[in-house]
Design a binder for this molecule. Structure first.
Ligand code: SF4
Length: 326
């Protein structure tokens, strides 16, 4: 008997794997990876220790459509949890069929999250993913209608759990019992649940196009929206300056402070002369020097360079343009 498990790096999904493995069932553990969530260095080790085969599954560009237009809406931030789960489970179902596995399971716990883990939502996710009867939630199984794996006796229902709600006491005890030492915090660090990141993402959804490389840019530096067609990104340290350089695209305007320690700036979009000037002033604000004016080298796409001598941008303007505000 073989099953497909979805694992995030969180404690619940690792416990689900341990419970299924403890019934002697072979497990392929899928970890979906996207620019917003995924890759946990320790997860492969944990799965190997539990005797499960570990696979990372990149979500691909189609996932971005879900972020833009979730059929079932967003959670508290820009997290389209219901659509996201359906998306992953549909892929898990395809892998189940390819691998000749018999069912899919997750670490979901009834009532743990306000929107996506309520009884009717769990049912909706199961139906929409095409896994009706074949989706097992081992941590809450005893509180849910029996699934085909339980009815058919592929899985012993009595050895599954009946956990509900946000409490973690039972999970911590089980982690100890199964020797699961490494796990991520609940929500697993998904950026779509991070209010600050979501402010930037909202700005991108309103003014730009959602691509993997634009999302990587949202993770770095300070962001300023000068007008609907142009924004400036400013590195916060050497590491970020370097990372920003690797994300430069044709058409970007680059800003390098001269004569002082300061950040790299990337201007993206349609830069009018006044935008270039204001961007240079913002870079000057973050450049450490005592001078009244700071020389900023401005390099446009096509390779032309020019030096602007500018005063530092005033704080009020800076605060007004910053994403998120403040
Ligand atoms: S928290 Fe993030 S990864 Fe988890 S279901 Fe929601 S959108 Fe998907």
């Amino acid at each position: 008997m073989k099953a497909i498990g979805l694992v995030s790096g969180g404690l619940d999904s690792s416990i689900a794997v341990a419970l299924i493995r403890s019934q002697g069932i072979e497990v392929i553990a899928l970890n979906f990876v996207s620019p917003f969530f995924g890759r946990k260095g320790f997860l492969r080790r944990t799965m190997e220790r539990l005797g499960a085969e570990f696979r990372e599954v990149p979500v691909g560009e189609e996932y971005l459509e879900i972020v833009k237009h979730p059929r079932f809406g967003y959670g508290k931030n820009l997290n389209p949890c219901i659509d996201c789960k359906i998306f992953m489970l549909q892929r898990a179902k395809a892998i189940m069929e390819e691998e000749g596995a018999s069912f899919v399971f997750t670490g979901e716990v009834l009532g743990q999250r306000p929107k996506s883990q309520m009884r009717n939502t769990l049912r909706l996710i199961e139906k929409e993913s095409g896994l009706l009867g074949l989706l097992l939630r081992p941590l809450s199984a005893k509180l849910l209608p029996p699934t085909i794996p339980e009815v058919e006796g592929w899985v012993e229902r009595d050895a599954l759990l009946g956990i509900a709600g946000r409490g973690r006491k039972v999970q911590f005890a089980l982690a100890k019992r199964f020797g699961i030492e490494e796990y991520a915090s609940p929500a697993g660090g998904c950026l779509l649940t991070d209010p600050l990141f979501c402010e930037r993402l909202k700005d991108l959804l309103e003014h730009g196009s959602l691509t993997f490389s634009e999302i990587e840019l949202l993770k770095l530096g300070r962001h300023f929206r000068l007008h609907s067609g142009y924004k400036l990104i400013v590195g916060r340290d050497e590491g970020e300056n370097k990372a920003l350089l690797s994300l430069v695209q044709p058409g970007d305007v680059l800003f390098f402070p001269q004569g002082g320690k300061g950040p790299l700036g990337i201007g993206r979009g349609t830069a009018r002369p006044e935008d270039v000037h204001l961007s240079a002033q913002i870079i000057a604000f973050y450049t450490k020097n005592g001078a009244e004016k700071t020389p900023i080298l401005v390099r446009r796409s096509g390779g032309t360079s020019e030096i602007f001598e500018v005063p530092k941008c005033d704080t009020e303007t800076l605060v007004k343009l910053r994403i998120p505000k403040g």
